[in-house]
Design a protein around this ligand. Structure first.
Ligand code: GLY
Length: 305
């Protein structure tokens, strides 16, 4: 059985144009999954990084200095391999740099200028990731700050729509997880979130694969992705595990988030405690129309209220 589950990030729109990109990403990954699960996850995330609708790659949110700095990570749970880039700039597809790091080196996390230097050595060309929409949103946020006001935009999306993305996969032999993000609006230059922190915002083992979206600092401080793995190892269904982890995140840190997880039986869990969390699930080549992540705070869903 081949399974891919992809999410488009906390508070990302579920409108058709967003779901179509998520479905296309899922299908791109599925084509490669039986041959190579790492390449499959890379293919999924490259589609999302190339789309300006999601907070990763081109279209990432801007930091305090008006620059895009991105984090991306990939875990092959079966092979016990992990690689991540953090605060990387001027590359179109950070996930591909993370994959190159995994394939070519024994280093597991490369950050900042070192990550950019490695990317160039590996032939990744300089690329602008600043979209016009995000630049406009950044100017508005800076103007609000200059007036002494708190910017009204969503901190993860900058615009009303889009946030960190991720996927989990199962190819019948092993599990994997991958994630990519621009972080949050007006973050400090050099700030690194939970996406490249193994056990914080991402985890995969022989038993489970997990990706998280939301307040990165809270996911790191609660080691939420590892917590999901522990719950699944102890026998919980992934749905129960992600709901427990989110309630714990809210109790310990008062934070919002979304978590997507899968176990080695191909069972999926997806939950969030915010407005939206679009997820696409594909099983043996077919998109499951019946799959819906559970909202632990449905009162925040703009389509219900
Ligand atoms: N979850 C994305 C970040 O905080 O960077």
């Amino acid at each position: 059985m081949d399974i891919i589950a992809v999410h488009g990030g906390l508070d990302t729109s579920r409108e058709r144009e967003f779901m179509e990109v998520l479905e296309e990403a899922t299908l791109q990954g599925y084509r490669l999954l039986s041959a190579d699960r790492v390449q499959a996850m890379e293919a999924v995330l490259r589609v999302l990084e190339d789309s300006p609708r999601f907070n990763c790659g081109f279209g990432s949110i801007l930091n305090l200095d008006g620059e895009v700095e991105m984090d991306a990570a990939i875990v092959d749970g079966a092979a016990h391999r992990f690689a991540a880039v953090a605060a990387i700039r001027l590359v179109r597809n950070p996930i591909s740099v993370a994959c190159a790091l995994m394939e070519k080196t024994d280093t597991v996390i490369l950050a900042g200028d070192g990550a950019v230097k490695f990317a160039r050595q590996e032939g990744f060309p300089e690329a602008n990731c600043v979209s016009e929409e995000q630049l406009e949103a950044w100017h508005q946020a800076k103007e609000s700050l200059a007036r002494g006001q708190t910017p009204t935009q969503n901190i993860f999306t900058g615009l009303e729509y889009h946030d960190t993305v991720g996927c989990v996969v199962w190819d019948g032999a092993g599990l994997g997880a991958a994630s990519s993000t621009g972080g949050f609006s007006l973050k400090m230059p050099g700030r690194v979130g939970d996406t490249p922190i193994l056990g914080g915002g991402i985890f995969a083992s022989a038993t489970s694969a997990t990706v998280c979206t939301g307040v990165g600092e809270a996911f790191i401080e609660t080691l939420s992705a590892k917590y999901v793995d522990e719950q699944i190892v102890s026998g919980l269904h992934p749905q129960q595990a992600v709901e427990f982890a989110l309630r714990r995140l809210a109790d310990l840190k008062g934070a919002e988030g979304g978590i997507l997880a899968m176990d080695a039986e191909g069972r999926i869990g997806a939950a969030f405690n915010a407005g939206r969390f679009p997820v696409v699930v594909l099983v043996d080549g077919r998109i499951r129309d019946d799959f819906k992540p559970v909202n632990l705070k449905p009162e925040l869903d703009p389509e219900i209220n």
